[in-house]
Design a protein around this ligand. Structure first.
Ligand code: SF4
Ligand code: SF4
Length: 296
């Protein structure tokens, strides 16, 4: 998707303070980088220029991205490159499992680029990563942030069969912006992925980013739609425009608006909601399970 070049608005003071916290300089952050480099793994933290990198890496948390660093889709908010992906790496499941073991993660998040080029959309490989991770790290809870797998049940079944603790699939934005922001995706298909996963008994999670020009009434409707689909966990964050060629950032949403949307979602029945300017899909990802499972 091509956008007219735009200079994003300057961040307000409260946003600048939050962004400054993103530098990974602690010993534990260096240890994370060492494991990732040695195991030749890709993280969303770096690929998507996540502003929480300093915080998460210093806590020993990272979100792994499997199946390469090139995506077959071209969402306007996303910093991951759209290009023909490389063939799958059969050794990747084991390397992910080993990295999680070396990093001693209590909760691991695994996501992937979209692989619409593959007949199974990469679901067999994704399932193999879950299986290898489980085998080597039986105590680690596992959250998978999956693509829509074109909404095909047989693809989802491969994931369900490996029993991740959380199935996350982001709707990303409001339906009226899908055409301009995520043209290869479909809002109803995404809701179906969540609905089908929730019906299988999985904790279903989703996320939305604000600042792309959506109305608050539309966001509230998305919250209702997600709840009706059986979603129980929700993240709401601020869009940060990665470059002048990405979808234009329309506004920095005030922290109070995030607070009120969080209250709204909790009142609607979500069991865990993260909402705020720097919230990302995997931000404080283990906290919900800590609460649900009563872990310290
Ligand atoms: S919020 Fe997620 S993607 Fe961002 S740094 Fe933390 S673990 Fe990585
Ligand atoms: S499908 Fe996911 S990885 Fe691919 S461009 Fe969209 S948001 Fe980025």
């Amino acid at each position: 998707m091509r956008y007219p070049e735009t200079i994003p608005p300057a961040p307000p003071e409260w946003m600048k303070v939050r962004l400054k916290m993103g530098t990974p300089d602690s010993t534990s952050a260096r240890a994370v980088r060492e494991v990732l480099t040695r195991q030749r793994l890709v993280t969303v933290c770096e690929e998507a220029s996540c502003p929480n990198l300093g915080h998460c890496w210093s806590q020993g948390t990272a979100t792994f991205m499997i199946m390469g660093d090139k995506c077959t889709r071209s969402c306007g908010f996303c910093d991951i490159r759209t290009a023909k992906p490389m063939p799958l790496d059969a050794a990747e499941p084991q390397r992910i499992a080993q990295a999680i073991q070396e990093m001693k993660l209590r909760h691991a998040v695994i996501t992937s680029v979209d692989r619409d080029d593959l007949a199974d959309c990469g679901s067999t490989h994704f399932a193999a990563v879950i299986a290898a991770t489980r085998a080597l790290n039986p105590e680690t809870t596992l959250e998978v942030l999956i693509p829509d797998f074109k909404g095909k049940r047989e693809n989802l079944e491969r994931i369900w069969n490996e029993k991740p603790d959380i199935i996350n699939h982001n709707v990303e934005t409001v339906p009226t912006l899908y055409k301009s922001i995520c043209p290869q995706s479909n809002y109803q298909v995404s809701l179906d992925v969540l609905r089908m996963s929730a019906q299988q008994g999985f904790l279903a999670k989703s996320g939305i980013i604000l600042g792309l020009g959506e109305e608050i009434s539309e966001v509230k409707q998305v919250i209702s739609d997600l709840k009706a689909a059986g979603t129980q966990l929700l993240t709401i964050g601020q869009y940060l425009q990665p470059s002048s060629a990405h979808a234009p950032l329309k506004e920095f949403v005030a922290p109070e608006v995030f607070d009120s949307l969080k209250d709204h979602a909790l009142a609607a029945g979500f069991i865990h909601v993260e909402a705020g300017p720097l919230v990302r899909s995997s931000y404080h990802a283990g906290d919900a399970l800590d609460r649900i499972f009563g872990r310290k």
